[in-house]
Ligand binder design. Sequence first.
Ligand SMILES: [Zn+2]
Length: 59
Amino acid sequence: MERIVVGFRRDEAGHWVVMLECGHERHVRHDPPWMVREWVMTEEGREAWVGRVMECSEC
Ligand SMILES: [Zn+2]
């Protein structure tokens, strides 16, 4: 299900977690070369995702 991104937070380990409108959360790791999500490392990159849709695997 596609859900709107409402914000981001860091977990206890310092990894970025995206918060979705449905209340679910998912990790958005930047862990090259497996997971390349450089955008999550910058404030601008994260802000650009707020209001956009991301697939929620729990919905
Ligand atoms: Zn959800």
